[in-house]
Ligand binder design. Structure first.
Ligand code: ADP
Ligand code: MG
Length: 376
């Protein structure tokens, strides 16, 4: 390990802001910030919910990020649905996806799937892992949920979110060793009823690249069971769900953050009905050490933060897991291969390049309006 003192204390990143046009026609943007995943529960919950103009709006913390909800529903029901959404997110993190919390499925898998006989999987988890393994294969390994040893070694999330002044970078040897414990192709999944997973010793799952996307789909299912909610926008850090209709019938407006100035946007997506938008960027969680930016999206080919000309990628899809997994994969693959991959899944992509260029898939152009004042 090499110890560096950071030149700058990284501010927790603003990933993607969403802007809602209220009934009055004025654009309303909401403040965003990131928080650290360990600190869920009452201590970190800062519910600022209030009801106005037919909508419940709240800001909260779950799954290591800031959750912003706008729910169009009658006053007496809106806050209860909002609380249900928060409960769903806390359960998803604590009981299924967290690799830190010892009550979760992923924690249990990491502790036992290397044993002879592997470990039994609930149906939902088997399906999720199967989809992830498939995306791993089709992205030529760029997206890989078995990077736990490597993400643990880099520990960038923790550096980036605690304002740590002193960071330790792993040595080349350490990276090589951690990388040797990764690789989706080494996973063995027996799917169907009685599904089982087998992992080599030392391998660890990290579902950080899809957790919020999975959450979007679960939230959508919850909202579908609550007919009193006519429309909603729920933002989980860099992943956003739009649902239903706005009372005035206008489209949802989702702003895509400008990586060069995260308080600004590069443009707006105008979306009707239900969509998932996920963004991966090198400005989300990072540290700067000795003049080099280390961010949280790792290239499985090298073991180091992906070094492409991409600053941010947004993916638009009907499916949450796809939007989230593909945004991570496309960040690593770059625009050429990334566009091709997104297209194969029927998803639309928008790349913000290092030189400021915006590269959009044909379909994305239908929804995107560039911000006239966008500058690199
Ligand atoms: P965020 O979670 O900040 O929205 P991403 O969806 O791009 O951003 O996911 C990044 C997270 O996924 C990292 O913090 C790490 O846990 C994990 N990760 C990093 N590199 C990869 C990769 N190549 N494939 C899959 N997961 C990754
Ligand atoms: Mg992702």
């Amino acid at each position: 390990m090499k110890i560096f003192f950071q030149r700058t204390v990284p501010m927790a990143a603003l990933i993607m802001a969403f802007i809602l046009c209220g009934g009055c026609g004025a654009a309303e943007s909401m403040p965003r910030e990131e928080a650290y995943g360990d600190q869920s529960g009452e201590e970190m919950r800062r519910n600022t919910g209030q009801y106005a103009e037919g909508a419940w709006r709240s800001t909260d913390v779950a799954m290591g990020t800031v959750i912003q909800q706008t729910l169009y529903a009658p006053r007496e029901e809106a806050s209860a649905v909002s609380a249900e959404c928060m409960e769903l997110l806390e359960k998803l993190e604590g009981e299924e996806l967290s690799w830190r919390l010892d009550g979760s499925e992923v924690y249990r898998i990491n502790a036992s799937a290397h044993e002879e006989g592997g470990c039994a999987l609930p149906e939902d988890m088997a399906l999720l892992l199967e989809q992830c393994m498939e995306i791993s294969e089709s992205s030529e390994g760029a997206f890989d949920i078995t990077l736990g040893s490597l993400t643990g070694l880099w520990n960038i999330d923790r550096w980036a979110s605690e304002g740590v002044q002193e960071v330790s970078l792993p040595s080349g040897e350490e990276v090589k060793e951690a990388l040797s414990l990764c690789g989706s192709e080494k996973l063995k999944l027996e799917s169907g009823p009685g599904a089982r997973l087998f992992m080599p010793e030392g391998m660890r799952l990290d579902l950080g690249a899809v957790g919020k996307g999975v959450a979007l789909s679960r939230l959508r299912t919850l909202l579908e069971e609550r007919p009193e909610v006519s429309g909603a926008v729920i933002s989980l850090g860099g992943s956003i769900l739009t649902y239903g209709v706005k009372p005035d019938g206008s489209p949802w407006r989702v702003a895509i953050t400008n990586p060069f100035d995260t308080a600004e946007n590069v443009g707006i997506l105008s979306l009707e009905g239900q969509w998932c938008v996920s963004t991966s960027g090198d400005y989300e969680r990072y540290v700067e050490a000795d003049g080099v930016r280390y961010h949280h999206i790792l290239d499985p080919a090298t073991g180091y933060p992906a070094d492409t000309r991409v600053r941010g990628v947004s993916i638009l899809s009907k499916d949450g897991l796809l939007s989230d997994a593909l945004s991570t994969a496309c960040f690593i693959l770059g625009p050429e291969k990334g566009m091709e991959l997104a297209g194969r899944y029927g998803a639309e992509a928008l790349f913000v390049m290092e030189d400021g260029e915006l590269i959009l898939s044909e379909g994305m152009k239908r929804y995107f309006t560039k911000n006239d004042s966008y500058r690199k």
